[in-house]
Design a protein around this ligand. Structure first.
Ligand SMILES: Nc1nc(=O)c2c([nH]1)NC[C@@H]1CN(c3ccc(C(=O)N[C@@H](CCC(=O)O)C(=O)O)cc3)C=[N+]21
Length: 300
């Protein structure tokens, strides 16, 4: 059996089209332009690439993009002052502080300083609590993108066995909440899980979000299961030439795609959906801020 490939890149393009449509309507009917502020501290090359890509796509769907770059040695007070300013700026509907932050900055403190209504990452404790109690919230972009792909592929997820591998606040935990919200039976597996292969083998849906290259082999996958690979790991690729690298997921794609019913590739799977959902969350935040109906199909 060869798994069907879930094309996150193509799906993300359809999400961006929907977002662009809503942005155009907000402009035409209400003269409102949604704005997204991205804050980058330091000069990590990978982070710079992501931030540039976010800014470009934000503009492409017709929204305003505000980029704030702070020195790697910036003080916590300085960063908090910027967040406060963005909280009070009516042109800014979404705020994203790129993680990870340099060690001397307290990530929890900074994230929780963001106005929850502008927290398009969905990382503020208020949004975490709202999501876990099934109330309207801002939903973290990566899990939201995964949920959209799963719903698109399966229709209803009700009653399915889902195993999330990884327990991060950014992906694993909110992913589990979303799957529970769609009536899956959810297990969160992690580095201390006993007999993890057997646990994963029970799953109709596997979401791998650990950040370890190709750690999930095909023989952990139940035949026909749907595999969502959140990992984005850059590894050496000497076969491409000296010093070359390539991206791989947390799943061993070659073996897993022979067993799974459907699988997301890396690159071109979850990654593009994450950015598309960031844009979707920004439109949603903008509509809520203005007391307007929010777009359908772009939230959980
Ligand atoms: N506050 C915060 N929110 C984030 O959402 C956030 C963050 N910090 N810090 C860094 C991670 C990483 N991240 C990615 C988004 C898209 C791709 C993506 O589009 N990847 C492409 C490939 C990109 C490439 O070729 O390098 C793909 O998978 O096809 C990757 C990574 C968002 N992050």
């Amino acid at each position: 059996m060869t798994a069907q490939i879930i094309d996150g890149k193509a799906f993300a393009a359809t999400i961006r089209d929907k977002v662009a449509g809503h942005v155009a309507r907000l402009k035409a009917d209400h003269d409102i332009v949604p704005g997204l502020a991205v804050v980058l501290v330091g000069e990590d090359p990978a982070s710079q690439v992501y931030v540039r890509s976010k800014g470009k796509q934000t503009v492409e769907v017709g929204m305003q993009s505000f980029e704030h770059k702070l020195d790697v040695n910036t003080s916590e007070a300085n960063l908090l002052a910027l967040v406060e300013r963005l909280n009070g700026d009516p042109a800014v509907h979404g705020i994203l502080v790129q993680l990870p932050l340099p060690k001397h900055l307290d990530e929890d403190l900074v994230i929780n300083a963001i106005d929850p209504a502008k927290d398009v990452d969905g990382f503020h404790i208020s949004n975490v609590g709202l999501l876990s109690t099934g109330q309207k919230s801002m939903v973290p972009c990566t899990p939201l993108g995964c949920l959209m792909m799963l719903r698109d592929f399966h229709g209803s997820l009700s009653g399915m066995d889902a195993v999330v591998i990884g327990r991060s606040n950014i992906v694993g935990k909110p992913m589990a909440q979303l799957l529970l919200g769609d009536s899956c039976t959810v297990t969160i597996a992690h580095s201390r899980t006993r007999d993890i292969a057997d646990v994963v083998r029970r799953a109709d849906i596997v979401v791998a979000a650990v950040g370890r290259p190709e750690m999930v082999p095909g023989d952990w996958i139940k035949p026909g299961a749907t595999v969502i690979d959140v990992g984005i790991n850059r590894i050496d690729a000497p076969e491409k030439g000296e010093g070359k690298t390539r991206l791989v997921g947390d799943v061993d794609f070659a073996s897993a795609s022979r067993v799974a019913g459907a699988i997301t590739p890396v690159p071109g799977g979850v990654g593009p959906m994450t950015i598309a959902c960031l844009l979707a969350n920004t439109v949603t935040a903008c509509c809520r801020a203005n007391g307007l109906d929010e777009p359908e199909g772009l939230t959980a």
